[in-house]
Design a protein around this ligand. Structure first.
Ligand code: ZN
Length: 302
């Protein structure tokens, strides 16, 4: 599982900072989360192949999370893309994008498939045999979802020495991988656990931005390996979190602690702060394993 931060600042793009966008690579998928202005440039800078992006997840319709989408869709078209593009976003974005394409008479040659989100409860929005994606309803000034990406547990691993010693026909290997007990060549039952090993643990990643401090997310993100939680402000500016419905670094860390996550990554910083290390220091007073997102930073979790 690999996370590439394309942009991790709030509000407006600046010379050296980008609004929210990130790529999570999980089980051979390249999922784009949010698409702030300039995302297509950052995809190029970070050498993410455009053709790999088949699913885009948009948290909410504030511009710093979606103003890059119309441009990206248009560029895909200019590059003669043929692959379907799925967009999971709050209801309304389809109307915006469709209007843009209609007025510029630039319909895509590829299929653009919108999955409009309206539920205020967590729901499964994507699933295949390797991975599933759920929404995480957040508390912000407009309808907003975070996203939970979960690997599915893979097959059990054959312990080949033990399998050969147990004299099991190759026709049963598939059943062994699925966890079944099987007969040996003399008809005796072989316990699955004596000839197989546990699969690699399934990884999970939760993206929570933008949101006020919201304990309702805790049961949804409980025990995730990695949590990206917005920390727009430091505690000294906590008064600003109320009208804006954002969080402080300390509040993000409190959610991480209560949800027992593995690693907390902070981001969505207000551009009023020059020194990001204060975010880490503040969060660490509550939760130990804290990382700071930075534009262009890559986190690998294996
Ligand atoms: Zn917002």
């Amino acid at each position: 599982m690999k996370l590439t931060i394309l942009g991790c600042y709030s509000a407006t793009p600046q010379v050296n900072t980008n609004p929210t966008a990130q790529i999570i690579e999980i089980k051979n998928h390249t999922f784009l989360i949010d698409c702030g202005e300039g995302t297509q440039v950052e995809l190029r800078r970070n050498k993410v192949k455009f053709s790999r992006v088949k699913h885009i997840f948009i948290s909410h319709l504030h511009g710093d999370h979606c103003f890059g989408l119309a441009g990206l869709i248009s560029t895909f078209n200019l590059l003669t893309r043929e692959t379907d593009l799925h967009i999971y976003a709050p209801k309304g974005l389809k109307e915006v994008i469709t209007m843009q394409m209609k007025l510029s008479n630039s319909w895509t040659n590829y299929q653009l498939i919108f999955h409009e989100l309206t539920s205020t409860k967590s729901e499964l929005i994507y699933e295949d045999d390797k991975v599933e994606v759920h929404t995480i309803p957040l508390d912000h000034r407009v309808y907003t979802n975070g996203f939970l990406f979960k690997e599915k547990l893979g097959d059990r691993k054959l312990d080949m020495n033990a399998v050969l010693n147990a004299d099991i026909d190759i026709a049963y290997y598939r059943k062994l991988k699925q966890g079944a007990d099987v007969p040996d060549n003399e008809g005796n039952t072989v316990k699955n656990s004596s000839v197989t090993k546990d699969p690699k643990p399934a990884k999970s990643y939760a993206f929570c931005s933008d949101t006020a401090y919201n304990e309702a997310v805790i049961p949804i993100i409980n025990n995730v390996d990695v949590l990206y939680h917005e920390s727009t402000f430091l505690e000294k500016n906590e008064a600003l979190t109320k009208p804006t419905k954002h969080s402080t670094a300390k509040q993000a860390a409190t959610i991480a602690k209560k949800a027992n996550v593995g690693t907390l990554i902070l981001g969505h910083y207000s551009t009023r702060y020059d020194d990001l290390s204060a975010f880490k220091t503040e969060a660490k007073t509550v939760f130990e394993n804290v990382e700071l997102a930075r534009d262009g930073k890559v986190f690998s979790f294996d």
